[in-house]
Design a protein around this ligand. Structure first.
Ligand SMILES: O=C(O)CCC(=O)C(=O)O
Ligand SMILES: [Fe+2]
Length: 264
């Protein structure tokens, strides 16, 4: 009997799809490495530092209201082209197509940095806005890019094993359920479907920061969390691939039309 709660990392996409069906998630190791990982990490920490210096530091609605210890950097797509490479990474898009179907939308791509003493987040499922009863299939997919190692100690995302199969959000009393850390090396992608109950962990380390970039995709009937038409840096659309235009809502069928036709 295989009692694993978190599947071992795999580069095999069929195995990854099976992992998502069975565990709610899969870990893809070493997608970013070497200089690319270093530069992406530096770009994120630079954006975070700039937000702090300009008094633009933000948090997330699902952080506890009394806790400002985690820093959210919204819409990283508009902060540096390196994040376009994450949002539209062929491996991420392949999982989106396999799990959600196509077309799909990029709801947002934002980062969460937790530092020493950083607090945990409210336990939630990302498809919180979907009216109940939930359809039998996930309505979204989150691709978490680990720019630092994600460890139990430094606040790795934690989840409730099997929660995706409950097909509903957690209740108040279920906030206290036991969670497991999703540990993954820097450069990994953690792909989890939108019904998984999860949260940022507590960062109990004296000096470690844990940066994750969360690319959130949905089926195309849902409104994007970020309003790309207002906030996207124009070059992203100008140089976007066909898949990226679909994900941003510029190339569309049936919904989001301009005078009855796809805008791009
Ligand atoms: O920071 C984390 O580990 C989790 C973030 C998260 O749950 C989210 O962005 O929806
Ligand atoms: Fe989440």
């Amino acid at each position: 009997m295989d009692n694993r709660l978190v599947p071992p990392p795999t580069l095999d996409t069929d195995e990854g799809r099976n992992n998502i069906a069975r565990f709610g998630l899969t870990i893809v190791p070493g997608v970013l490495g070497g200089d690319r990982l270093k530069r992406t990490r530096e770009a994120l920490y630079r954006a975070a530092e700039s937000d702090r210096a300009r008094g633009r530091m933000q948090k997330f609605g699902l952080d506890y209201p009394t806790d400002d210890s985690n820093q959210r950097i919204w819409n990283v797509l508009s902060r540096d082209p390196l994040f376009e490479d994450l949002a539209f990474h062929p491996m991420a898009v392949a999982y989106v197509k396999a799990v959600l179907g196509w077309p799909a939308l990029l709801g947002n791509i934002s980062a969460n940095i937790t530092g020493p003493g950083g607090g945990e987040m409210v336990l939630h499922a990302d498809q919180i806005f979907v009216p109940e009863p939930w359809p039998a299939a996930p309505q979204g997919l989150n691709v978490a890019w680990c720019l630092d190692d994600f460890t139990e100690a430094n606040g790795a995302t934690r989840f409730v094993p099997g929660s995706h199969s409950r097909n509903r959000p957690p209740t108040q009393s279920e906030q206290a359920l036991e969670t497991i850390a999703i540990e993954a090396e820097a450069g990994s992608m953690v792909v989890f479907e939108s019904r998984v109950w999860h949260k940022t962990g507590n960062n109990g380390t004296p000096s470690e920061y844990r940066a994750g970039v969360f690319a959130w995709y949905t089926k195309p009937i849902y409104r994007t969390q970020e309003n790309w038409f207002l906030s996207l840096r124009p070059e992203v659309r100008q140089f976007a691939s066909d898949d990226a235009l679909v994900l941003l809502g510029y190339k569309t069928v049936g919904l989001g039309l301009v005078n009855g036709a796809s805008p791009a």
